[in-house]
Design a protein around this ligand. Structure first.
Ligand code: PLP
Length: 260
C-alpha cells in the first residue's frame, strides 16, 4: 500500500523549496503527498520578497479536514512562520503520537529572510519539538534552539544532538553542511545510538530547498516503514542525487533548485 505523507509547510511559488519541494520529494520517494499550507511566500531564486501567514485557525482547519478522512502515515513540518501557527499545528496534531513526525525547524532562508518570527522559537521548542520523531536542524538552527553558540567541531555537534534529544525530540539529525570541513558531516542521534553520515560536498549553488527536500524524503521513507537510520540514509542519498541533477535545470539566476 502506498503511504500517505502530510507536509505542513510554507509555499515557495518558484518551486524550489517549501511545499512545492516537499510534494516532489515525497512523490519521488514513493509516497502520496498532501500539503497543509502555513504561509504564502513571494520569492524566487534570488530571495524572499514577502510573507503572508495563513490565519492559525485555518491552518488547523486544513489539518483537521485531512485527519477526518485520510490515513496519515507520516508528517513533515517545515516553515511555521509564527508562534500562533506553531501552537495551532501542535493543537491539531494532539493525540496522533503514533505517527512519525519529521520536524525541520526552519528559521532563516539561505538568502537571509526570517521564515520564523524570532519570538516563535520558544513555542516551537516547547510545543512542537517534543512531538518530533526526528528533528532536522542545520547548525545555526540547532544552536538557536539550545541558546548556544553555533557548533564548529564534530564534538560540539554531537553534544548539541544529545541536548536536543534531552529537550524531547526522539531523534535529531543535525546537518553539518555549515561546518568548515571538506566533507559535509550530518550527525544522527537516536537516544543512545549515533551515526555520522558524511556526504561529499557538491560544487554548486543549486541548493535552494535542500532542507525541505531532505525532511520530506525522510518522512516518506519513515512512512514506508524504514527505521530511522535507514530512512535517513535513503533520504540523504535522494538529496545528493537531486543536487547532482540540478545542472539540468535553468530556473532563475540566483540559488537554483535541485532536480527531483
Ligand atoms: N521558502 C520556504 C517556504 C521554505 O520552507 C524554505 C526552507 O525551509 C525556504 C524558502 C528556504 O530555502 P533555502 O534556505 O534552502 O533557500
Amino acid at each position: 500500500m502506498i503511504p500517505n505523507v502530510l507536509s505542513i509547510a510554507g509555499s515557495d511559488p518558484s518551486g524550489g523549496a517549501g511545499v512545492q519541494a516537499d510534494i516532489k520529494a515525497i512523490s519521488a520517494n514513493g509516497a502520496f503527498a498532501m500539503a497543509a499550507i502555513t504561509a504564502l511566500t513571494a520569492q524566487n531564486t534570488q530571495g524572499v520578497t514577502g510573507i503572508h501567514p495563513v490565519p492559525p485557525a485555518f491552518v488547523q482547519a486544513q489539518i483537521t479536514a485531512i485527519f477526518a478522512d485520510i490515513r496519515v502515515d507520516a508528517i513533515k513540518i517545515g516553515m511555521i512562520a509564527n508562534a500562533e501557527i506553531a501552537a495551532a499545528v501542535a493543537d491539531a496534531l494532539q493525540g496522533n503520537s503514533d505517527i512519525p513526525i519529521v520536524l525541520d525547524p526552519v528559521m532563516i532562508a539561505k538568502g537571509g529572510a526570517a521564515l520564523l518570527e524570532p519570538e516563535a522559537v520558544d513555542t516551537l521548542r516547547a510545543s512542537l519539538l517534543p512531538m518530533a520523531t526526528v528533528l532536522t536542524p542545520n547548525l545555526p538552527e540547532a544552536a538557536h534552539l539550545l541558546g548556544m553558540a553555533i557548533a564548529t567541531t564534530r564534538d560540539e555537534m554531537a553534544a548539541q544532538g544529545a541536548a536536543l534529544c534531552a529537550l524531547g525530540a526522539k531523534a535529531a539529525l543535525i546537518k553539518g553542511g555549515h561546518l568548515d570541513e571538506p566533507h559535509s558531516p550530518d550527525y544522527l542521534v537516536i537516544t543512545e545510538a549515533v551515526t555520522w553520515c558524511d556526504a561529499n560536498r557538491a560544487d554548486t549553488s543549486n541548493t535552494h530547498g535542500t532542507g525541505c527536500t531532505l525532511s520530506s524524503a525522510l518522512a516518506a521513507q519513515l512512512a514506508k516503514g524504514l527505521p530511522r537510520a535507514a530512512a535517513t540514509a535513503a533520504a540523504k542519498s535522494y538529496v545528493a542525487q537531486a543536487i547532482a541533477h540540478a545542472d539540468a535545470l535553468f530556473v532563475g539566476t540566483g540559488h537554483g533548485p535541485t532536480h527531483h
